[in-house]
Write a protein that binds this ligand. Structure first.
Ligand code: C2G
Length: 129
């Protein structure tokens, strides 16, 4: 059983997120998603349209996602990798090389972002900004 983890805010869920989650799951058998809490979003300088609970419900409805855990801070990844017995950390290449320190604990893979779609773009075009 190969166990994968990824992290993100996943606000205004869109096909770029689904592409990432689908490819992440395809690398193993079990996918854990560390979902940024509203508090952590503030630390990331992000405000999400949907609350943590609403975003969690959406993620839990995705066939590729096996478990959603809260992401409260930048430092928890190493502990999550140990606690959830993770074999591979996966994230989009907008984070290329930013999490290479995790290579001491598990495989690290950066996947191509889906071009031309983003939550920011959706908000702008719907004038939600
Ligand atoms: N993503 C993607 N293609 C897009 C948009 C997003 O592949 N067009 C990927 C991102 O690369 C990321 C995931 O979808 O792997 C979630 O994106 P965000 O919610 O924007 O995540 P982010 O705010 O970058 O949080 O500790 C890590 C952070 O929590 C990552």
């Amino acid at each position: 059983m190969k166990r994968i983890i990824t992290y993100g805010t996943f606000d205004l869920l869109h096909y770029g997120h689904i592409n990432l989650l689908k490819r992440a799951k395809a690398k193993g058998d079990y996918l854990v998603v560390g979902l940024s809490t509203d508090n952590f979003n503030t630390k990331k300088g992000k405000t999400s349209y949907f609350t943590y609970e609403e975003r969690k419900k959406l993620l839990e409805a995705i066939r590729y996602v096996d478990l959603v855990i809260p992401e409260d801070n930048w430092e928890q990844k190493t502990k999550d990798i140990v606690d959830y017995n993770i074999d591979c950390f996966v994230i989009g290449d907008d984070w290329l090389n930013k999490f290479d320190d995790l290579k001491n604990h598990c495989e690290v893979e950066y996947l191509d972002r889906t071009p031309e779609i983003s939550t920011t773009k959706i908000k702008k075009e719907l004038k939600l900004t």
